[in-house]
Design a protein around this ligand. Structure first.
Ligand code: 5GP
Length: 114
C-alpha cells in the first residue's frame, strides 16, 4: 500500500477539485498549476505510487485510464491533439506519489521536453 497523498483527499472529496470525469476506477480533475490551456490529471482510485509500482494485475486498469484519457481530451475539444505525461521518480520530475496521467493540450507542445 502506498502512502496516501493529496490526491487521496481529492478522491475522498476532502479537498475541492474541478472534476471532469469520475467512475469506480478513476477520477480526472484540473491541475492546480496548469501548464497549458487544458491541464487535467487523471488518476486511478487505487493507490499506486508511481509507474514503477505498476504490476501485471494493473493491466486492465492502465488500459482503462488510456481510453478515458482519450475521451476526456476529445470532450475538451482538443481536435488538434494533446500530450499525455506520466512523470516517474526524481529524474522524471514526479512530485506527487500517486500515479497520474497529465492530459495537456490547447497549445502546440515542444519536443524534447525540458
Ligand atoms: P507531478 O509533478 O508529480 O508529475 O505532478 C503533480 C501535479 O499535481 C502538479 O502538476 C501539481 O500542480 C499538481 N497538484 C499538486 N497538488 C495539487 C492539489 O492539491 N490539487 C490539484 N488539483 N493539483 C495538484
Amino acid at each position: 500500500m502506498a502512502i496516501s497523498t493529496i490526491f487521496q483527499k481529492i478522491i475522498n472529496k476532502e479537498i475541492p477539485a474541478n472534476i471532469h470525469y469520475e467512475d469506480e476506477l478513476c477520477i480526472a480533475f484540473d491541475d492546480i498549476r496548469p501548464q497549458a490551456p487544458v491541464h487535467i490529471l487523471l488518476i486511478p482510485k487505487k493507490e499506486i505510487s508511481s509507474h514503477r509500482e505498476v504490476g501485471e494485475d494493473d493491466q486492465s486498469l492502465m488500459g482503462h485510464l488510456i481510453v478515458k484519457a482519450k475521451e476526456i481530451a476529445l470532450k475538451q475539444g482538443l481536435k488538434e491533439g494533446w500530450r499525455l505525461v506520466v512523470n516517474t521518480g526524481n529524474d522524471g520530475g514526479q512530485t506527487v506519489y500517486h500515479i497520474h496521467i497529465h492530459i495537456l493540450g490547447g497549445r502546440p507542445m515542444k519536443w524534447p521536453p525540458g
